[in-house]
Design a protein around this ligand. Structure first.
Ligand SMILES: Nc1ncnc2c1ncn2[C@@H]1O[C@H](COP(=O)(O)OP(=O)(O)OP(=O)(O)O)[C@@H](O)[C@H]1O
Ligand SMILES: [Mg+2]
Length: 280
Protein backbone atom coordinates (compact mmCIF):
# COMPACT_ATOMS: atom_id res chain seq x y z
CA UNK A 1 0.00 0.00 0.00
CA UNK A 2 1.38 3.37 -1.06
CA UNK A 3 1.31 5.84 1.86
CA UNK A 4 3.30 8.72 0.39
CA UNK A 5 3.25 9.75 -3.24
CA UNK A 6 5.33 12.77 -4.20
CA UNK A 7 4.51 13.86 -7.75
CA UNK A 8 6.92 16.19 -9.43
CA UNK A 9 7.17 18.81 -6.69
CA UNK A 10 9.21 21.98 -6.93
CA UNK A 11 9.54 24.66 -4.27
CA UNK A 12 11.18 28.08 -4.05
CA UNK A 13 11.31 29.87 -0.68
CA UNK A 14 9.99 33.42 -0.64
CA UNK A 15 12.52 36.05 -1.59
CA UNK A 16 14.98 33.56 -3.05
CA UNK A 17 15.99 33.03 -6.65
CA UNK A 18 16.94 29.35 -6.66
CA UNK A 19 14.46 26.51 -6.33
CA UNK A 20 15.22 24.47 -3.17
CA UNK A 21 13.34 21.48 -4.65
CA UNK A 22 13.23 20.69 -8.33
CA UNK A 23 10.85 18.14 -9.88
CA UNK A 24 11.08 15.67 -7.02
CA UNK A 25 9.09 12.44 -7.42
CA UNK A 26 9.09 9.25 -5.35
CA UNK A 27 6.72 7.05 -3.43
CA UNK A 28 6.85 5.18 -0.15
CA UNK A 29 5.09 1.93 0.72
CA UNK A 30 3.61 1.22 4.14
CA UNK A 31 6.25 -0.04 6.58
CA UNK A 32 9.24 1.06 4.50
CA UNK A 33 12.29 2.86 5.86
CA UNK A 34 13.38 5.43 3.30
CA UNK A 35 16.65 7.33 3.67
CA UNK A 36 17.41 10.76 2.26
CA UNK A 37 21.08 11.56 1.76
CA UNK A 38 22.90 14.38 0.01
CA UNK A 39 25.28 17.25 0.69
CA UNK A 40 24.44 20.26 2.83
CA UNK A 41 21.96 22.54 1.08
CA UNK A 42 20.71 19.80 -1.25
CA UNK A 43 17.11 20.13 -0.02
CA UNK A 44 16.73 17.33 2.53
CA UNK A 45 15.12 19.49 5.23
CA UNK A 46 12.98 21.31 2.70
CA UNK A 47 11.67 17.98 1.43
CA UNK A 48 10.89 16.83 5.00
CA UNK A 49 8.92 20.02 5.60
CA UNK A 50 6.71 19.41 2.57
CA UNK A 51 5.54 16.03 3.84
CA UNK A 52 3.16 17.30 6.52
CA UNK A 53 2.18 20.43 4.64
CA UNK A 54 4.29 22.96 6.62
CA UNK A 55 5.63 23.80 3.17
CA UNK A 56 3.72 25.48 1.53
CA UNK A 57 1.00 26.11 4.15
CA UNK A 58 3.10 27.74 6.92
CA UNK A 59 6.38 28.34 5.14
CA UNK A 60 5.14 29.85 1.94
CA UNK A 61 6.75 30.24 -1.44
CA UNK A 62 6.28 28.98 -4.95
CA UNK A 63 5.11 25.37 -4.78
CA UNK A 64 4.08 23.13 -7.66
CA UNK A 65 3.36 19.45 -8.03
CA UNK A 66 1.43 17.33 -5.60
CA UNK A 67 1.94 15.19 -2.51
CA UNK A 68 -0.65 12.60 -1.52
CA UNK A 69 -0.57 11.05 1.92
CA UNK A 70 -2.66 7.97 2.65
CA UNK A 71 -3.52 7.15 6.24
CA UNK A 72 -2.66 3.44 6.34
CA UNK A 73 -5.11 2.91 9.19
CA UNK A 74 -8.19 4.39 7.49
CA UNK A 75 -7.24 4.51 3.81
CA UNK A 76 -8.07 8.22 3.73
CA UNK A 77 -6.16 10.24 1.11
CA UNK A 78 -4.90 13.71 1.89
CA UNK A 79 -3.33 16.30 -0.34
CA UNK A 80 -0.65 18.28 1.56
CA UNK A 81 -1.73 21.58 0.06
CA UNK A 82 -5.44 21.18 0.73
CA UNK A 83 -5.51 19.31 4.06
CA UNK A 84 -4.74 21.55 7.08
CA UNK A 85 -1.38 20.90 8.80
CA UNK A 86 -2.97 19.92 12.17
CA UNK A 87 -4.89 17.15 10.43
CA UNK A 88 -1.89 15.98 8.39
CA UNK A 89 0.13 15.97 11.62
CA UNK A 90 -2.07 13.23 13.03
CA UNK A 91 -0.78 10.96 10.24
CA UNK A 92 2.71 12.34 9.51
CA UNK A 93 4.85 13.07 12.58
CA UNK A 94 7.82 15.32 11.90
CA UNK A 95 10.96 15.64 14.03
CA UNK A 96 12.89 18.72 12.95
CA UNK A 97 16.65 18.87 12.44
CA UNK A 98 17.02 21.16 15.48
CA UNK A 99 15.00 19.54 18.29
CA UNK A 100 15.29 22.58 20.58
CA UNK A 101 12.96 24.51 18.34
CA UNK A 102 10.25 21.93 19.12
CA UNK A 103 10.58 21.98 22.96
CA UNK A 104 8.96 24.69 25.06
CA UNK A 105 7.29 23.10 28.11
CA UNK A 106 8.44 23.05 31.76
CA UNK A 107 8.94 19.29 32.15
CA UNK A 108 9.69 16.34 29.91
CA UNK A 109 6.31 14.86 30.75
CA UNK A 110 4.44 18.08 29.91
CA UNK A 111 6.32 18.28 26.66
CA UNK A 112 4.92 14.92 25.55
CA UNK A 113 1.48 15.67 27.01
CA UNK A 114 1.22 18.96 25.15
CA UNK A 115 0.77 17.47 21.70
CA UNK A 116 -1.68 14.90 23.04
CA UNK A 117 -3.87 17.40 24.83
CA UNK A 118 -4.45 19.08 21.50
CA UNK A 119 -5.80 15.77 20.19
CA UNK A 120 -8.51 15.84 22.85
CA UNK A 121 -7.63 12.41 24.28
CA UNK A 122 -8.87 11.28 27.71
CA UNK A 123 -6.44 11.76 30.63
CA UNK A 124 -5.72 8.08 31.21
CA UNK A 125 -4.93 7.52 27.53
CA UNK A 126 -2.57 10.52 27.67
CA UNK A 127 -0.81 9.06 30.73
CA UNK A 128 -0.48 5.70 29.03
CA UNK A 129 1.00 7.17 25.89
CA UNK A 130 3.47 9.38 27.78
CA UNK A 131 4.77 6.34 29.64
CA UNK A 132 4.98 4.28 26.45
CA UNK A 133 6.77 6.95 24.38
CA UNK A 134 9.26 7.86 27.12
CA UNK A 135 10.04 4.19 27.68
CA UNK A 136 10.80 3.61 24.00
CA UNK A 137 13.30 6.49 23.94
CA UNK A 138 14.70 5.63 27.38
CA UNK A 139 13.67 8.83 29.16
CA UNK A 140 11.19 7.38 31.66
CA UNK A 141 13.44 8.44 34.55
CA UNK A 142 13.58 12.06 33.37
CA UNK A 143 9.85 12.86 33.47
CA UNK A 144 10.25 15.79 35.86
CA UNK A 145 13.35 17.22 34.19
CA UNK A 146 13.34 20.74 32.67
CA UNK A 147 13.84 20.09 28.90
CA UNK A 148 16.57 22.76 28.41
CA UNK A 149 18.65 20.90 31.03
CA UNK A 150 18.72 17.70 28.98
CA UNK A 151 21.78 16.74 26.95
CA UNK A 152 21.65 17.17 23.16
CA UNK A 153 20.91 13.48 22.69
CA UNK A 154 18.18 13.49 25.32
CA UNK A 155 16.54 16.50 23.66
CA UNK A 156 16.59 14.71 20.33
CA UNK A 157 15.07 11.60 21.98
CA UNK A 158 12.43 13.76 23.67
CA UNK A 159 11.46 15.33 20.33
CA UNK A 160 11.09 11.79 18.96
CA UNK A 161 8.97 10.77 21.99
CA UNK A 162 6.63 13.72 21.42
CA UNK A 163 6.00 12.60 17.87
CA UNK A 164 5.77 8.92 18.85
CA UNK A 165 3.13 9.66 21.46
CA UNK A 166 0.89 11.01 18.72
CA UNK A 167 1.03 7.50 17.24
CA UNK A 168 1.25 8.80 13.72
CA UNK A 169 1.74 5.85 11.38
CA UNK A 170 4.28 7.83 9.34
CA UNK A 171 7.42 9.36 10.89
CA UNK A 172 9.66 11.89 9.18
CA UNK A 173 12.96 12.43 10.97
CA UNK A 174 15.28 15.15 9.74
CA UNK A 175 18.83 14.22 10.74
CA UNK A 176 17.76 12.74 14.06
CA UNK A 177 21.35 12.00 15.09
CA UNK A 178 23.07 15.17 13.89
CA UNK A 179 23.85 16.57 17.35
CA UNK A 180 24.59 13.32 19.11
CA UNK A 181 27.71 11.68 20.50
CA UNK A 182 28.36 8.08 19.36
CA UNK A 183 26.38 6.58 22.24
CA UNK A 184 23.38 8.90 21.70
CA UNK A 185 23.52 8.16 17.99
CA UNK A 186 23.51 4.42 18.58
CA UNK A 187 20.52 4.80 20.93
CA UNK A 188 18.45 6.85 18.49
CA UNK A 189 19.25 4.59 15.53
CA UNK A 190 18.30 1.60 17.71
CA UNK A 191 14.95 3.26 18.40
CA UNK A 192 14.38 3.85 14.69
CA UNK A 193 15.11 0.20 13.94
CA UNK A 194 12.71 -0.84 16.66
CA UNK A 195 9.99 1.41 15.23
CA UNK A 196 10.46 -0.02 11.76
CA UNK A 197 9.99 -3.45 13.33
CA UNK A 198 6.70 -2.24 14.81
CA UNK A 199 5.34 -1.35 11.36
CA UNK A 200 5.86 2.41 11.26
CA UNK A 201 6.65 3.97 7.90
CA UNK A 202 9.78 6.06 8.32
CA UNK A 203 11.58 8.65 6.22
CA UNK A 204 14.82 9.99 7.56
CA UNK A 205 17.56 12.23 6.32
CA UNK A 206 21.04 11.48 7.55
CA UNK A 207 24.55 12.72 6.76
CA UNK A 208 26.19 9.48 7.79
CA UNK A 209 24.84 6.85 5.43
CA UNK A 210 26.11 3.73 7.28
CA UNK A 211 22.79 3.10 9.00
CA UNK A 212 20.76 3.68 5.85
CA UNK A 213 22.82 1.41 3.62
CA UNK A 214 22.32 -1.31 6.19
CA UNK A 215 18.67 -0.76 7.13
CA UNK A 216 16.81 1.27 4.51
CA UNK A 217 14.48 -0.24 1.95
CA UNK A 218 15.16 2.66 -0.36
CA UNK A 219 17.56 5.60 -0.47
CA UNK A 220 16.98 8.95 -2.16
CA UNK A 221 20.13 10.83 -3.09
CA UNK A 222 19.63 14.58 -3.35
CA UNK A 223 21.78 17.23 -4.94
CA UNK A 224 20.88 20.82 -5.76
CA UNK A 225 17.20 20.28 -4.93
CA UNK A 226 16.80 17.25 -7.18
CA UNK A 227 16.67 13.56 -6.42
CA UNK A 228 19.61 12.44 -8.52
CA UNK A 229 19.38 8.71 -7.72
CA UNK A 230 16.86 6.55 -5.93
CA UNK A 231 16.79 2.84 -5.29
CA UNK A 232 17.61 0.05 -2.88
CA UNK A 233 20.94 0.30 -1.02
CA UNK A 234 22.31 -2.26 -3.46
CA UNK A 235 21.23 -0.20 -6.48
CA UNK A 236 22.59 2.98 -4.92
CA UNK A 237 25.90 1.30 -4.15
CA UNK A 238 26.50 1.04 -7.92
CA UNK A 239 26.75 4.85 -7.89
CA UNK A 240 29.47 4.94 -5.28
CA UNK A 241 31.86 7.08 -7.36
CA UNK A 242 29.12 9.63 -8.01
CA UNK A 243 28.19 9.66 -4.30
CA UNK A 244 31.78 10.37 -3.29
CA UNK A 245 31.93 13.14 -5.84
CA UNK A 246 28.81 14.67 -4.26
CA UNK A 247 30.54 14.60 -0.88
CA UNK A 248 28.20 11.96 0.56
CA UNK A 249 29.85 9.82 3.22
CA UNK A 250 29.56 6.17 2.19
CA UNK A 251 30.23 3.15 4.40
CA UNK A 252 33.93 2.19 4.48
CA UNK A 253 33.11 -1.48 4.00
CA UNK A 254 31.27 -0.57 0.80
CA UNK A 255 34.29 1.33 -0.51
CA UNK A 256 36.63 -1.52 0.26
CA UNK A 257 34.35 -4.20 -1.21
CA UNK A 258 34.01 -2.19 -4.44
CA UNK A 259 37.76 -1.63 -4.64
CA UNK A 260 38.38 -5.35 -4.26
CA UNK A 261 35.77 -6.21 -6.89
CA UNK A 262 33.53 -7.95 -4.35
CA UNK A 263 29.74 -7.66 -4.12
CA UNK A 264 28.67 -4.64 -2.02
CA UNK A 265 29.30 -5.05 1.73
CA UNK A 266 27.27 -2.67 3.90
CA UNK A 267 28.92 -3.57 7.21
CA UNK A 268 32.42 -4.62 8.32
CA UNK A 269 31.13 -8.09 9.20
CA UNK A 270 29.64 -8.53 5.71
CA UNK A 271 32.97 -7.49 4.26
CA UNK A 272 34.75 -10.00 6.44
CA UNK A 273 32.44 -12.83 5.31
CA UNK A 274 32.97 -11.88 1.67
CA UNK A 275 36.74 -11.88 2.14
CA UNK A 276 36.60 -15.22 3.92
CA UNK A 277 34.42 -16.73 1.17
CA UNK A 278 36.89 -15.54 -1.46
CA UNK A 279 39.85 -17.00 0.42
CA UNK A 280 38.12 -20.37 0.89
N1 LIG B 1 13.82 29.32 5.29
C1 LIG B 1 14.54 29.42 4.17
N2 LIG B 1 14.46 30.52 3.39
C2 LIG B 1 15.17 30.61 2.24
N3 LIG B 1 15.96 29.64 1.78
C3 LIG B 1 16.09 28.53 2.50
C4 LIG B 1 15.38 28.35 3.74
N4 LIG B 1 15.70 27.13 4.24
C5 LIG B 1 16.55 26.57 3.36
N5 LIG B 1 16.79 27.40 2.31
C6 LIG B 1 17.64 27.12 1.13
O1 LIG B 1 17.11 25.97 0.47
C7 LIG B 1 18.16 25.10 0.03
C8 LIG B 1 17.97 23.72 0.63
O2 LIG B 1 18.17 23.80 2.04
P1 LIG B 1 17.87 22.62 3.03
O3 LIG B 1 17.97 23.16 4.39
O4 LIG B 1 16.63 21.96 2.62
O5 LIG B 1 19.11 21.64 2.73
P2 LIG B 1 19.62 20.38 3.55
O6 LIG B 1 19.92 19.32 2.54
O7 LIG B 1 18.66 20.06 4.62
O8 LIG B 1 21.00 20.90 4.20
P3 LIG B 1 21.70 20.44 5.57
O9 LIG B 1 22.36 19.12 5.26
O10 LIG B 1 22.71 21.50 5.80
O11 LIG B 1 20.68 20.35 6.64
C9 LIG B 1 19.46 25.78 0.44
O12 LIG B 1 19.93 26.51 -0.68
C10 LIG B 1 19.04 26.72 1.54
O13 LIG B 1 19.89 27.84 1.60
MG1 LIG C 1 18.79 19.92 6.67
Amino acid sequence: MKVIEVRNISFRYRNTEEYALKNVSFSVEKGELVGIIGPSGSGKSTLCLTLNGIIPQSITGRFSGEILITNPQTGENMNTVLTPVPKLSTVVGLVLQNPESQLFNMTVEDEVAFALENLGLPRDEIEKRIGWALRIVGLEDKKEEFPPNLSGGEKQRLAIACVLAMKTPILVLDEPTSELDPKGKKDVLGIIKKLKGKGFTILMSEHDSNFLFKNADKILVMNGGSVVFQGTPKEISDKIDELIELGVRVPKSLLVSKKLGLPPAFTPSELLSLLKARRD
